[in-house]
Every structure is written in C-alpha cells, then in structure tokens.
Design a protein around this ligand. Structure first.
Ligand code: 2IT
Length: 447
C-alpha cells in the first residue's frame, strides 16, 4: 500500500521534472526510507503530504546581466527554489558554480528541508544560486555580479521570508557584496543573509560550523561503538571552509587528515595536515584563490591529478566537496582498505550504489542531511542573535552547535530503531526530518 504510494510519487516527479536526475535521486533516497512511516500514518497519504512536499512552493529564475573588466556585457542565470516553509522561513545557501541548474538546486533545496528540520531550529528549506563561476574573476567582477544578482533576488527574500547563505562559490566575500546591495536597495539593516562578517551581524563559529559539526556527529557514531578518533586517519576531498575545519577538529581529537583536494585532483600528505600546513590550507582559496595543488608544490607532497582521494587507505572518509563524488567502485576500495566510517560533509556526495556498499559491509554511514547540518544550524543561531541584536561568545555558539549535533545524532539513531532499521542513519535522518515537517503541514491545512 505505502509502497504503491511511494512509486506513484516517484513516477510523478520523474514525469513532471524531466531531465533532472539529481532531483530524482534526492527524492528517491528520502521516499525509500518512508515506507514504514506511511504504513503507520495513513493520514499522510490521505492529505497528499508527499505530493505537496515534492512540489516546490515557488521557483524563481531570472537574468543576471553584469559588465566584466573588459567592458563586455555578460549574462548568467539566477535561481531561488523556495521548497517548503512549513516550519520556518525558507533557509539555505546560494551556490555559484558552472554546474548549477534546476536539477541541482531542487535536489539541494529538497535535502535542505529535512536537514533544517533535523537542526531542531525553526527553518524551512530553500536553495539558490547561479551558473556564474567566481573562479578566475577579479574582486570587482564578483562584486558587480553579486550586485546584479541581488538586485533581482532582493524582491523575493527577507529576514522573515527567505534567508540565503553561502554554499560552493559563495563565501564571506560574496555574502558581503550581496548584503551591501540588499541594504542599499531596502534601506534596512536586517539578518537577511547568514554567514555575515563579525562586524556586521555575523556569528562566531559560523565558518567553522559545518566542519566541526560533521566531526561532532562522527564522534557520536564512534562513541556508540565504543571508539573514538584517537590515532585514526581521515581522508577529505575539499579544501575550503568545510575541509579546513574538519582538519582542525580531527587534529584536536587526536586523529590525522591525510588528503585534501579539488576538482582537478588530490594531495596525499601521509604526515597529516597540521601546524603551518593547516594555516596555509585555510588561506588557499579564501585568500589566494588558488588550487589545492599549490599545497603539494609548497610542502613537497604527492599530487594525484584527475582523481578523488578514495583510493587512499584510511580509517574514515569524509567527502566534503560536491554531489556524487564517491561512487560504488570507490566505496568498494574504501571497504577493502578497512575503512570503518564514512561521513557526508558535503551534500549527497555518495552515490546510491556507494551507500549500498557501506550498508552491506556494516560501515558506519552518516548522510549529509544529518552530518553537515551544523552549518545551517549555526546560521539559525546567527538569525537568533540578529533578532535579539546580541552576539554570543565562541564558547556559547560552539556549545549550542555541539548539543545540536548530539541531538541530531540521537534523533536519527532513535528514529532508525523505532522504524525497524537499527543503525541505519539514512533511514533515521529521513524519518526524523520528515515527521516534523509532515506534522506541521497537517496542522496548517491544505496550503
Ligand atoms: O548546504 C547547506 O546546508 C548550506 N550551504 C548552508 C545553508 C545555510 O543557510 O547556512
């Protein structure tokens, strides 16, 4: 019965959103976890909860014209997907990357709904961005692009309506330009974006939050197995914000991160990224806008071009770059090499085949919507601070983040047990995230 309902919804999504494989993948992954929930709660089907959840509340697409340093007019496409506002204002990042399209953003917005629900904070789900690439652009070009992008986006967002933040290609620099333009257009200083600078409404720990949060989640999973990070080796694929603070926290807990990477390849540093090397890693993109390869050149490490780091033997893998970066074959290699845990620090970095391999071999697997929720959770804390016009200390924000990640872990663990899949964090995260949003939608009637 509930299986037939799920199949009907999946067929509908494929028919109504043709050519959008990432969106189909994200929806399928969530729905496949929900069978026992739908069986126990017939009211969800009776009230067309799934039909409504897979249909974005609003999809905004717009032209973004800007002038490059040569005086030539460039045109990009801008988007904001406002997916679900049942439990709070739309909330989620902006991605500036050439691969951005409707499929990518709908998948990210859909994931964000459940992730934000898991944070325990009142945030709905959204995502946006552009096919614009900040790579190779001057600061002035990025500023002109951001101003043009915000000129249109500003009419759709607001501190109680939709609160964007960063994602791939959108960091402190871009948030600054976007915020400046919003303030100028509206003549309002509000918390309309998160990830802001500390001097203008930002929160301490927000840059660290996704990386720290993913490691806190990992710690909880290991604890259930009577283990910890002491002496463990870890591989990561990114080298931005998320990766940098994973390294910092893993080092603090006695582990060692031996890889970093980008879309061109990866660095293998068997001695571990620490001290001056970690310092350099943190500035590579944020300050110098350079490739991860520079790290290998500077410190005399191996650079493996055109590959991902999953062939390196490690105890724990934390994919921290982009969707579908770790496939079934890589998963098998990790398992053969004795990997005991995989934590998705990015959004949907493991393919469905990879996740299956991890579950088959009893590898602890943390899905992104639970493990990387620390970023948006701390965005929620930034919104709270903006609302009360106060700033909390590092210790206060980190304390909240740590507690939230422990609570998310517990919620996933318990939901997986309650619904018949003990130890399966994918089922746990999807079910726990879903129940809160579905309940709110029921309460609010047919909207
Ligand atoms: O994927 C994500 O959770 C983010 N890019 C952060 C979103 C946010 O609003 O902080």
């Amino acid at each position: 019965m509930s299986r037939a309902y799920i199949s009907k919804i999946l067929d509908g999504v494929k028919a109504n959103h043709p050519g959008q494989p990432e969106f189909h993948q994200a929806v399928e992954e969530v729905l496949m976890s929900l069978e026992p929930v739908l069986a126990r709660h017939p009211e969800y089907e009776q009230n067309a909860i799934l039909e409504r959840m897979v249909e974005p509340e609003r999809v905004i697409m717009f032209r973004v014209p800007w002038v490059d340093d040569q005086g030539k007019i460039q045109v990009n496409r801008g988007y904001r997907i406002e997916m679900n506002s049942a439990i709070g204002p739309y909330k989620g990042g902006l991605r500036f990357h050439p691969t951005v399209n409707l499929s990518i953003l709908k998948f990210l917005a859909f994931e964000q709904v459940f992730k934000n629900s898991l944070t325990t904070l009142p945030m709905g789900g959204g995502k946006g961005g552009s096919d614009f690439s900040p790579k190779g652009k001057s600061d002035n070009e990025v500023m002109r692009f951001c101003q043009s992008f915000m000129t249109e986006l500003s009419r759709h967002i607001g501190p109680n309506t939709d609160v964007p933040a960063g994602d791939i290609g959108v960091g402190g620099r871009e948030i600054g330009f976007l915020f400046g333009q919003y303030k100028r257009l509206r003549n309002e200083f509000t918390g309309v974006l998160t990830g802001k600078g500390i001097a203008w409404g930002g929160s301490l720990i927000r840059p660290e939050a996704t990386g720290y949060g993913a490691v806190y989640f990992l710690q909880e999973m290991l604890k259930k197995k009577g283990q910890d990070l002491q002496g463990k080796t870890v591989s990561i694929s990114g080298y931005g914000n998320v990766g940098t603070y994973i390294v910092e926290k893993v080092n603090e807990l006695g582990g060692k991160v031996v890889t970093l990477g980008d879309e061109y390849g990866y660095v293998y540093d068997p001695d571990g990224i620490k001290g001056e090397k970690l310092e350099y890693m943190s500035t590579l993109w944020a300050v110098y806008r350079k490739s991860a390869k520079e790290y290998a050149d500077k410190f005399g490490c191996q650079w493996v071009a055109g590959k991902r780091p999953w062939e390196v033997k490690v105890d724990i893998a934390m994919p921290s770059a982009c969707e579908n970066e770790l496939d079934g074959a890589s998963a098998k290699t990790l398992v053969q090499n004795g990997c005991i845990a995989v934590v998705e620090a990015a959004n949907m970095p493991c393919t469905p085949e990879a996740v299956e391999v991890f579950h088959e071999h009893n590898v602890l697997f943390a899905p992104g919507k639970a493990a990387n929720a620390g970023g948006v959770a701390t965005s929620g804390l930034e919104m709270s601070q903006n609302s009360i016009r106060m700033s909390w200390t590092r210790e206060e924000v980190d304390g909240h983040l740590h507690r939230i990640m422990k609570d998310i872990h517990e919620a996933c663990y318990t939901a997986a047990e309650t619904y018949g899949s003990p130890g399966n964090y994918v089922v746990g995260a999807n079910v726990a995230g879903f129940l809160k949003v579905a309940g709110a939608m029921l309460d609010q009637g047919i909207v």
